[in-house]
Design a protein around this ligand. Sequence first.
Ligand code: AMP
Length: 402
Amino acid sequence: MSTPHVLVVNAGSSSLKYSLVDAATGATPGHGLVERIGESTGTLVHHGPEGETRIEGPVADHEAAFQLARDAFTDHGPQLSSYDVVAVGHRVVHGGERFSQPVLIDDDVLAAVRDLVPLAPLHNPANLEGIASARALFPDLPHVAIFDTAFHQTLPEHAYTYAVPRDWVGEHGIRRYGFHGTSFSFVAQAAADLLERPLTELNLIVAHLGNGASVTAVRGGESVETSMGMTPLEGLVMGTRSGDVDPALHAHLHRELGWSLDEIDRILNRESGLKGLAGENDFREVLRLRDEGDAAAALAFDVYCHRLRKYVGAYYAVLGTVDAIVFTGGVGENAAPVRAATLSGLERLGISVDEQRNAERSDQARSISPDPSTEGGTDVAVLVVPTDEEWEIARQSVAVSG
Ligand code: AMP
């Protein structure tokens, strides 16, 4: 029998991402993505031993999407029956204050995730649908929920509290939660492995820069500050999200222009960030346009890096001392100009980026700072560490369902 494998599931409102993951090695013998669920034409792109298989056609709902995925495994491989599949691991975006660890899903957990829908109206309903469909199709396997917020339940009260009336937190859950926890958990440990030091001894600033983006201060393996808040809108500039704006912006736009709150919310979440500034949410396009001399793309790049730099400085102060600054996510792992611009001129803080190391492309965890100076010993390592949220979900699922 093979090593334990987990079917890792990430259900979005109109998409379903699935992956068969070897919990011991992170290898993925089969994975796929169903898109445009509920629309007139959907697609499944499945990757298995035959390479890529593409299936077009309407996909009514998440259950139909799961059936398609299961059939793809049967028809195109790999055969699920030839692996020791021990659990289904579900990514769930919002776990509120209740979930600081992954949990085995039962009716009580489902009710709690449903209660959290007001805090994550775009995400938790889709996650719930994914869980219900997967349980119907794989009734004999344990199902585990892994929450994006769980890693940040260690935030101290002074970091998670907004300066709003005190009873808002107890009555309405108005506080900072933080997201991308699965990635931060994986990357913090991988950075410690690369540095060959125990995570419990390290102070890290980890920047997860993907379509969504957030940065976390990690002390001894625990999150002590993070840039996303009650929702994933707060903080850094992202692909389509504004990140920080003046909290009076909603009221101003509503009063002066008559826009509805829903419309403002939609624009700040879907039409802002890099897309709002440069017309493109894909960072590769922003870099290409900037290289061609496009002024809007150049400004978008500068705003993006300036915002991140402010957070790095703030988290340096929060932590007091920093052992490493770690870049991850599609942008963090690949966009050398972002890493260079964000950390330029910070030598007095012990931070520098080696130009040549930064420019080298690799999918391995690596250091991009100069070798530590022998005197002083205050240098901050700058690392690029590829994230693997699916492997982390698989590992956590095995630990819980064990
Ligand atoms: P993720 O959400 O982690 O998959 O990251 C997606 C983001 O990474 C998108 O904005 C991509 O444009 C960006 N990205 C991927 N590859 C590169 C690259 N080679 N250079 C710059 N950005 C990249």
